[in-house]
Design a protein around this ligand. Structure first.
Ligand SMILES: *[C@@H]1O[C@H](CO)[C@@H](O)[C@H](O)[C@H]1NC(C)=O
Ligand SMILES: *[C@@H]1O[C@H](CO)[C@@H](O)[C@H](O)[C@H]1NC(C)=O
Length: 401
């Protein structure tokens, strides 16, 4: 065989490289359709760029439930500054004993809602009303102690929006990144788990099976920012495995049993329905509800008064304790803090990962707070805009992803 002239060889190499690059960059969003046709998987490879969500994550506004003088406020505002989110924090009122009494079932001895839960209920109401008064069409309501990933705006929300549009209204106009507000009532973007049934009945492998997912409307999608399965909250990891959801994927699905109201999106119609019908500001002992989140769960489940969707794993999760410092004090002083079962199950992992449950690259560990140093803020924003986790260098050194 006659060897081609040198310059021709290098031309061939250049051409081959160009072709390779073409395939790497223009690989369509990974579209493996899983053999079970009911579950289609869509998403992007790590290299692809999606268009970042806007400062209110594609909703009309981001409304925060934050009590008067909440110690969480400063950290929340710093996290929002780094992620470049625009928050609306309606002024809360100090609820009085009379407000609590007015809320309770008239025969108070039969009342089941605790004082703290009544006040939280009223605080959510205040924020829903502020949303309606603002005139915007949709809102994400969230509690002020939630954590999120620094890649929320650049990667996570755009992917979730695409899944939402596919599920609800693929042809929605571009001003509705989450689909037309007539086609959905509530998106649970932050929760402490939608475990498909009451936790007491069991969760995950050995209890749930793929049909529990395939029988309901759902959309599975790749998200490169998702922690490894072994780094997800034990209940979440087990549930995703039981439902046969591929690794590195989230699923947006019809809500089955969403717990907690860390972050939920509403429309004007659904906010009104919540205020007057699903969770009115007056206890009804016949409904046997002990908290606001239980009322919403009931609204999503019973006869689907509300058309709700949950994203699993969630994008917002409440931070464990006040801080790592508070946790250390607790360990040293053997102080006992009451934790609900989901927190108990996730506690050891939170401590080990130094991350909030189900959050990949969040604020809880503290290194993303800029403490009002403008130069640090700029650096953090730069990383966030690039959709990068600035902790990855440190993690590599520690031999962890
Ligand atoms: C209030 O409820 C308690 C417990 O069910 C009952 O014993 C009591 O008679 C009720 N009081 C009134 C005024 O209905
Ligand atoms: C973000 O997009 C939504 C939906 O189009 C819009 O209603 C909202 O005003 C936008 N937010 C900002 C800050 O531009």
């Amino acid at each position: 065989m006659i060897a081609p002239p040198r310059h021709l060889t290098s031309l061939i190499v250049v051409f081959a490289l160009a072709l390779l690059t073409f395939f790497i960059y223009y690989r369509p969003s990974i579209g493996d359709t899983i053999s079970d046709h009911a579950t289609s998987i869509a998403g992007v490879s790590g290299r692809s760029r999606v268009k970042a969500a806007n400062a209110t994550l594609g909703f009309g506004g981001l409304f925060v439930v934050s009590g008067p003088g909440s110690p969480r406020r400063s950290k929340l505002e710093q996290a929002a500054a780094v992620t470049e989110l625009q928050l609306t924090i309606p002024e809360q009122v100090q609820w009085t004993g009379q407000d609590v009494l007015d809320f309770r079932w008239d025969n108070v001895t039969e009342s089941k809602v605790g004082i703290g839960s009544v006040k939280a209920w009223l605080s959510h109401h205040l924020v829903l009303k502020a949303f309606l008064e603002s005139g915007v069409e949709t809102a994400l309501i969230f509690e002020d102690d939630v954590d999120w990933d620094i890649r929320l705006r650049t990667t996570q929300v755009p992917l979730a929006q695409a899944a939402a549009r596919t599920l609800t209204s693929a042809s929605a106009a571009s001003q509705y990144p989450w689909g037309h507000p007539d086609t959905w009532d509530l998106f649970y973007l932050g929760h402490c788990g939608d475990y498909f049934n009451d936790l007491d009945e069991g969760v995950g492998v050995g209890h749930h099976h793929p049909h529990h997912l395939t029988e309901i409307p759902h959309q599975v999608f790749l998200d490169p920012t998702l922690p490894d399965r072994t780094d997800l909250h034990p209940f979440t990891a087990s549930l995703l495995t039981a439902l046969n959801v591929p690794l590195q994927s989230r699923v947006l699905h019809r809500s089955k049993w969403p717990l907690c109201t860390f972050g939920y999106a509403v429309t004007r119609a659904s906010a009104l329905k919540i205020l007057t019908d699903v969770a009115p500001p007056k206890e009804d002992i016949a409904r046997n509800l002990i908290a606001y989140d239980a009322a919403l769960l009931d609204g999503c489940r019973n006869a689907y008064k509300l058309n709700c969707f949950s994203i699993t794993p969630e994008l917002f999760h409440h931070m464990e304790g006040k801080s790592i410092i508070a946790l250390e004090e607790e360990t040293h002083d053997h102080k006992q803090v009451f934790r609900p079962p989901v927190d108990v199950a996730g506690f050891e992992q939170v401590w080990w990962r130094k991350e909030t449950s189900n959050i990949g690259c969040g604020f809880w560990s503290g290194e993303f707070y800029y403490e009002y140093e403008e130069s640090k803020l700029e650096g953090l924003r730069e990383e966030a805009r690039k959709g990068r986790c600035a902790k990855e260098g440190r993690r590599a050194k520690e031999g962890r992803r």
